[in-house]
Design a protein around this ligand. Structure first.
Ligand SMILES: Nc1ncnc2c1ncn2[C@@H]1O[C@H](COP(=O)(O)OP(=O)(O)OP(=O)(O)O)[C@@H](O)[C@H]1O
Ligand SMILES: [Mg+2]
Length: 330
């Protein structure tokens, strides 16, 4: 049995390396999770792809070393290596993918290419075994995707954002309210001091029969309220409540229609306390990633690798390439 799996994610501006242990009873445990978050992009107001690739090259070796140290392991203990192959910035992805393939080949262990969103979903396996069927809501900086997972590894996209991703909306509203970056944590902190009734927001896509999401209307309403003099804390509290409401209501409606009783909620926005509280009150069994596993990290990729091994999937050919665009499901 494969015991220790190293996972690498370099899809954007975080160099993430994690280690998981496959336990004899079929469970998994995260043994290390090290993330180097690049700061070089702050001066540009957005991620500069070429700079991201170069920083990954400079950092990856030391982040792998830190992860092994945290777990008290050496390279020889590894039974498999997994790395993100897409979606993401191609140059950035290539660094982790090539490093992972090279390491697996040098050690003579299997290599698994992982899908970034499958990684976000499997981040929740750090807390509980993910047994299909379940719904998976990925709410991150680039995605707001609702999947129905009827069987292991089979993803059906049943809803997605029509415009901004949830995390992107948190970031933009935080910016216009002058609350700083990254916006998610800034909004949730400011919301503690604000009045959620202060700024009225209309529910996006009210009355829809599908399970899509939309955040551009909330963003515009936030901009108008800010110009009209709304206090940043009130804006944060009111926006957060509206964003959480639409995410939870749509997901619950989908769960009821499809007869699903378990929902996995992951991606950076899943760190939001108000969102966790609201999902906790739905009566559904809701599984969130453990601490430090919501935003991009390597442990979630090692967890996806562990799931692939458990499901008996074949290792990836070493010719597998990086993909900027790679839908998980149709
Ligand atoms: N407590 C929080 N509340 C709300 N949003 C949050 C919180 N913490 C982080 N976020 C948001 O999560 C996002 C980052 O998440 P993540 O790292 O999963 O996204 P990403 O990897 O950039 O996007 P993708 O995975 O779609 O490519 C940011 O938009 C950030 O504002
Ligand atoms: Mg991500």
């Amino acid at each position: 049995m494969t015991r220790f799996i190293l996972g690498i994610d370099t899809s954007c501006d975080d160099t993430g390396v994690g280690l998981v242990e496959c336990l004899p009873g079929g469970g998994v445990a995260v043994r290390a999770n090290r993330v180097w978050s690049q700061t070089v992009h702050a001066q540009y107001g957005g991620v500069m792809p070429e700079l991201a690739s170069r920083e990954h090259v400079e950092r990856i070796d030391s982040v792998v070393g830190e992860a092994l140290k945290e777990a008290g392991l050496s390279l020889r203990d590894l039974g498999a290596v997994a790395a993100t192959s897409g979606p993401g910035l191609v140059g950035a992805l290539l660094v982790g993918l090539m490093y992972g393939k090279g390491l697996a080949q040098a050690l003579g262990v299997p290599f698994y290419a992982a899908h970034h969103l499958e990684g976000h979903i499997y981040a929740a396996a750090s807390e509980e075994a993910l047994e299909p069927p379940y719904l998976a809501l990925v709410v991150s900086g680039g995605h707001t995707h609702l999947f129905d997972v009827a069987r292991e590894g089979e993803y059906q996209l049943i809803g997605a954002t029509k415009d901004d991703a949830a995390g992107e909306a948190f970031d933009k509203v935080a910016r216009l309210a002058g609350l700083g970056y990254p916006g998610g944590p800034a909004i949730s902190e400011a919301a503690l001091r604000g009045d959620p009734d202060a700024v009225p927001f209309k529910e996006p896509l009210r009355g829809q029969t599908g399970y899509d999401f939309s955040f551009s209307g909330l963003k515009t309403a936030a901009l108008l309220a800010s110009r009209a003099g709304a206090k940043p804390d009130d804006l944060a509290a009111s926006f957060q409540r509206a964003a959480v409401h639409t995410l939870v209501k749509t997901t619950v409606r989908a769960a009821e229609a499809l007869g699903r009783t378990t929902v996995v909620v992951s991606g950076g926005v899943a760190a939001n306390r108000a969102l966790r509280r609201a999902f906790g009150a739905t009566g559904l069994r809701v599984v969130f990633p453990g601490q430090g596993l919501n935003t991009d990290n390597g442990a979630m990729i090692a967890l996806a690798g562990a799931a692939a091994i458990r499901a008996g999937r074949a290792p990836s050919p070493l010719g597998v390439g990086a993909q900027a665009y790679a839908p998980l499901a149709g």
